[in-house]
Write a protein that binds this ligand. Structure first.
Ligand SMILES: Cc1cc2nc3c(=O)[nH]c(=O)nc-3n(C[C@H](O)[C@H](O)[C@H](O)COP(=O)(O)OP(=O)(O)OC[C@H]3O[C@@H](n4cnc5c(N)ncnc54)[C@H](O)[C@@H]3O)c2cc1C
Length: 428
C-alpha cells in the first residue's frame, strides 16, 4: 500500500463511506476508501428500502442511473395474530413526491463505490482494517495486517460493530438493548408474478410491514419489500429479547414464512439468499462522540439509525452523515486544522439536519417499543374488533365494546391502554 499521506482514509464502503469518499474526491481531495468485502456491498445487508432524499442531494436524480429495484408507491402495514392479518393498505401517486426505492445492497453499494472511484477516490477492496493508528490521542491512520496507512483524518464508516473504534477505547461495548438482530431471506419470483400479486407495474414497488405474531409478541417486526425479480422478507427483533425467550430467529423466520398472510405472497418462490445483521436501535442513547482528533464516526458506526416501529431508516442517515463528514474535512483542510475543534462542523451539520433532529424527535421511541402489548394485545384487539364487525353468526350480536372489553381485561385493562396511548403520543 502507498506510503503517501491521504487527506482522508475511509473505512467501510457502505452508503456512509462511499458517499463520504464521493464528496471528498469530487472536491479534489486525496481519498482512500477501504472495504473488507471482495467487492463493495458483498458483505452488506439491509431490509431493502432507501429513502431517496439524502442521496438525491448528493447525486441529483440518482435513480436514473443507480441499480434501484422499484420505486415504492404502495405501503401496507399488517397487524398479525396466529390466524389473522389486518392491513392498512395505501397506494398513492403522492408517494412520488417523497421518492423511496427498494434496493439490493450487492448491486447498489458496488455502484455507489464506483461513483466514488469515478470521482477520483482510490478504492481498496478485500482489505480489512485491524486497528486505528493513534499518536498522542490523535488518530493518524489505520493498520491493516502489516500495512500502515496515514491520513489527516480517518472516517469510521465500518458499520454497527466498529471494532477498530472500540479497540481504541472511543466507543462503549454494544449493549443488547441497543441493538436488534435482523434476518432476511431473498426469494426469487418471476417479475410478472410479483407484479400480479402486489398490483404493480414494471417500475412501481410495494412494501409491507408486519407487527405481532411474526415476532411471537417479541419487540420487533417483519418486512417484505418487492424487488424486480425477488422479494426481501425478514424480521428485526431487539437482541435483548432473545435473552429472555426460548424463541430462535431461524424458527421465527420459518413460522413467518408459513403464516397464512405471508405464504401466498411467496408461494412458488426460490430462496436464493439468507443473511443476518445487527441494527443499532438505541438512538441518541447509544451515540458515541462523533468527532475526535483526526477521526469522524458516521452511519451505523455512530448509531445513526431510526426505528420508529413502522420504519427502519439507516441508509439515508448514513448518506447524510457521510456527506456532512466530507464537508467538515473539506473545511478542515482549508484551515489546516484536523483537531476535534477543526472538525467540529460535522456535529453541527448533523444537529442542523434531519439526522440528529429526527433522532431527538423520536428519542423516546426505543423505550416505548419495549412495551409487549404493542406486539401482542393490540394486534389481538384489532383482530377481535374486525371479527366482531364482519363475522355474522346468526345469533344475537354482542356489542363491540363488550367483546373488546373482555379482551382488554384478559390482557391488563383500560388503564394500561390509556397509559400506552399517552406514551405513544409522546414518543411518536
Ligand atoms: C435487517 C435490516 C433491515 C434494515 N432495513 C432498512 C431499510 O429498509 N431502510 C434503511 O434505510 N435502513 C435499513 N436498515 C439499516 C441500514 O442497513 C444501515 O443503517 C446502513 O446500511 C448503514 O450504512 P453504513 O454505511 O453506516 O454501514 P454498513 O452498510 O454496515 O457498511 C459498513 C461497511 O464497512 C465494511 N467494514 C466493516 N468493518 C471493516 C473493516 N474492519 N475494514 C474494512 N471494511 C470494513 C463492511 O464490509 C461494510 O461494507 C436495516 C438494517 C438491517 C440489518
Amino acid at each position: 500500500m502507498s506510503e503517501e499521506r491521504f487527506d482522508a482514509i475511509i473505512v467501510g464502503a457502505g452508503p456512509a463511506g462511499s458517499t463520504a469518499a464521493y464528496c471528498l474526491a469530487k472536491a479534489g481531495l486525496e481519498v482512500l476508501l477501504i472495504e473488507r468485502g471482495s467487492t463493495s456491498g458483498a458483505k452488506n445487508m439491509t431490509g431493502g428500502r432507501l429513502y431517496g432524499h439524502a442521496l438525491h442531494k448528493v447525486i441529483p436524480n440518482f435513480w436514473e442511473e443507480a441499480p434501484v429495484e422499484r420505486r415504492v408507491n404502495r405501503e401496507i402495514v399488517t397487524f398479525m395474530t396466529g390466524k389473522s392479518a389486518i392491513s392498512l393498505d395505501v397506494k398513492s401517486e403522492k408517494f412520488n413526491d417523497y421518492p423511496s426505492f427498494t434496493i439490493l445492497r450487492a448491486q447498489f453499494d458496488a455502484w455507489l463505490a464506483g461513483k466514488a472511484e469515478e470521482a477520483g477516490a482510490m478504492v481498496a477492496t478485500g482489505v480489512r482494517v485491524d486497528k486505528l493508528l493513534m499518536e498522542n490521542g490523535k488518530c493518524v491512520g489505520v493498520l491493516s495486517d502489516e500495512d500502515e496507512m496515514y491520513a489527516n483524518v480517518v472516517i469510521a464508516a465500518d458499520g454497527v460493530n466498529s471494532l477498530m473504534v472500540r479497540k481504541a477505547g472511543l466507543v462503549e461495548e454494544l449493549k443488547p438493548k441497543h441493538v436488534a438482530t435482523g434476518a432476511k431471506a431473498i426469494i426469487e419470483l418471476p417479475q410478472s408474478v410479483i407484479q400480479d400479486r402486489f398490483n404493480l407495474n414494471d417500475e412501481t414497488g410495494a412494501t409491507q410491514l408486519f407487527v405481532g405474531e411474526c415476532t411471537k409478541g417479541l419487540q420487533g417486526g417483519g418486512f417484505l419489500y418487492t424487488n424486480k425479480n425477488s422479494l426481501s422478507l425478514g424480521l428485526v427483533v431487539t437482541a435483548e429479547q432473545f435473552l429472555h425467550t426460548e424463541h430462535r430467529m431461524a424458527d421465527l423466520m420459518e413460522d413467518f414464512r408459513m403464516h397464512p398472510a405471508v405464504q401466498p405472497l411467496i408461494e412458488g418462490g426460490k430462496l436464493v439468499e439468507y443473511s443476518g445483521h445487527l441494527v443499532p436501535e438505541g438512538g441518541l442513547g447509544m451515540m458515541p462522540p462523533l468527532v475526535n482528533d483526526g477521526l469522524l464516526i458516521v452511519g451505523d458506526a455512530a448509531g445513526l439509525v431510526l426505528n420508529t416501529g413502522w420504519m427502519v431508516r439507516g441508509m439515508d442517515f448514513a448518506i447524510a452523515s457521510g456527506e456532512a463528514a466530507a464537508n467538515a474535512i473539506i473545511q478542515a483542510k482549508k484551515a489546516e486544522d484536523y483537531t476535534k475543534a477543526g472538525l467540529a462542523s460535522y456535529q453541527k451539520d448533523l444537529e442542523n439536519s434531519f439526522v440528529l433532529q429526527d433522532l431527538k424527535t423520536y428519542q423516546k421511541a426505543p423505550e416505548f417499543m419495549e412495551n409487549p402489548r404493542i406486539f401482542g394485545l393490540y394486534p389481538e384487539l384489532v383482530e377481535e374488533m374486525m371479527i366482531n364487525l364482519f363475522g355474522v353468526r346468526g345469533e344475537p350480536a354482542q356489542p363491540l365494546r363488550k367483546s373488546m372489553l373482555q379482551t382488554v381485561k384478559r390482557q391488563g385493562g383500560m388503564v394500561d391502554i390509556a397509559k400506552d396511548l399517552w406514551k405513544g403520543v409522546r414518543a411518536l
